[in-house]
Write a protein that binds this ligand. Structure first.
Ligand SMILES: Nc1ncnc2c1ncn2[C@@H]1O[C@H](COP(=O)(O)OP(=O)(O)OP(=O)(O)O)[C@@H](O)[C@H]1O
Length: 369
């Protein structure tokens, strides 16, 4: 177990409200084409990217493998250069920054990686101290700041350990402490939890949320996992084939996805399948005596009412729950339920009316005898 995290260890200032300030990162029609080598043609990894990262927010970019996520995040610390459009960071146009300019700017941008990228020959303390040593920070300041950071990430008792002696989650905590060493305004997270088990993922996401909230650090993360977006992000951009196909606040995008790619990501966490014992028996035309199968989608708004018991008590029908997955975003229910009710009018119409009046989405998906 890690030592408890101390939120006061590194607290600075107050956290600005997302959306209240101009964006700390702005992509304006950004494109990136990798030049071809030898027989291989050029590859357009990003085109026409418009994306604002509000100061103080956690913004997630989700997409499948090869969609352009790594390219996008690498532009923000100058590891790649845009081939079209403009990139602004903290009000400065960095599109044409020289390498020397980027060296100075990178101190304002920390980054953590899927495979942690720690130096195996250095202790935990020395890994976190490295960016400070490179920047020529006096030894006494390094000692004080690294100690505070290790306290923040809950690893004060591991300072003399080597990376090989740590769990994956502990290694990522070292990565986070190292990324925060130069007191950045922005933290970039490149699939930071993809190598971790679900429990450890949760604890690392909680730490990132705490870093955002308590230190006021803006976070831009890339992931292929919707739970990461759901867990900590304020805003999400969905990327496919180098283009942003959907963008907005997490609740709206996840509960009302407009693009099929977003819908597929969301379906993976909230979609429910008809149980196998019913799937083969479902038919389109209902007969008296059948049961009608209804998919109820919870979109969060006005969906907190005790739906099932209300149907039973007000309409007098027995509602049978077949399958379901209900989650919550910002405390509001989100997910779907498959239920069956007797195929009998006028009760069936009343059930559908009642569900729709609760602003749930109710669709008949078939009938079973
Ligand atoms: N250095 C490079 N040279 C040429 N093509 C590249 C280079 N880096 C990435 N690409 C190509 O650009 C496209 C986007 O790649 P990118 O790594 O940004 O996607 P990704 O969404 O991060 O994928 P993954 O999740 O698999 O890392 C891909 O077609 C990839 O092959």
């Amino acid at each position: 177990m890690n030592a408890p995290v101390n939120p006061d260890a590194f607290r600075v200032g107050t956290v600005p409200e997302p959306d209240a300030a101009p964006p700390i990162i702005r992509f304006a029609q950004v494109g990136k084409t990798y030049a071809g080598r030898g027989a291989q043609g050029s590859v357009t990894a990003l085109s026409g990217i418009d994306l604002d990262v509000p100061k103080g927010a956690i913004v997630g970019v989700i997409g499948r493998s090869g969609a352009g996520k790594s390219t996008l995040i690498r532009l923000v610390n100058g590891l790649e250069r845009a081939t079209s459009g403009r990139l602004l960071i903290d009000g400065e146009d960095v599109t044409d920054l020289t390498e020397a300019g980027w060296r100075a700017r990178r101190r304002a941008t920390g980054m953590i990686f899927q495979h942690f990228n720690l130096l195996s020959s250095r202790t935990v303390f020395d890994n976190v101290a490295l960016p400070l040593e490179i920047a020529g920070t006096p030894k006494s300041q390094i000692e004080e700041r690294v100690a505070r950071l290790l306290d923040l990430v809950g690893l004060a008792d591991k300072r003399e350990r080597y990376p090989a002696e740590l769990s994956g989650g502990q290694k990522q905590r070292v990565g986070i402490a190292r990324a925060l060493a130069s007191e950045p305004k922005v933290l970039l997270c490149d699939e930071a939890t993809s190598a971790l088990d679900p429990e450890t993922t949760k604890s690392i996401l909680a730490l990132l949320k705490q870093v955002n909230r308590d230190l006021g650090i803006t976070i831009l993360l890339i992931t292929h996992e919707i739970p990461v977006i759901k867990e900590i992000c304020d805003r999400v951009a969905v990327i496919e084939d180098g283009r942003i196909v959907e963008e907005g606040d997490v609740f709206s995008v996840l509960t009302r996805p407009r693009h099929p790619t977003t819908a597929r990501f969301v379906e993976a966490v909230t979609g429910v399948e008809l149980p196998a014992y019913l799937a083969g028996r479902i038919h389109a035309q209902g007969q008296p005596g059948d049961d009608t199968v209804i998919r109820i989608t919870f979109t969060g708004e006005n969906a907190t009412a005790p739906v099932i018991s209300r149907l039973s008590s007000t309409i007098g029908v027995d509602v049978n729950i077949l399958a379901g997955r209900i989650d919550a975003i910002a405390g509001r229910p989100f997910g779907s339920l498959l239920v069956s009710v007797p195929t009998r009018e006028p009760e069936l119409a009343a059930v559908l009316d009642a569900l729709n009046s609760l602003e749930l989405k109710a669709e008949v998906i078939g009938h079973v005898s």
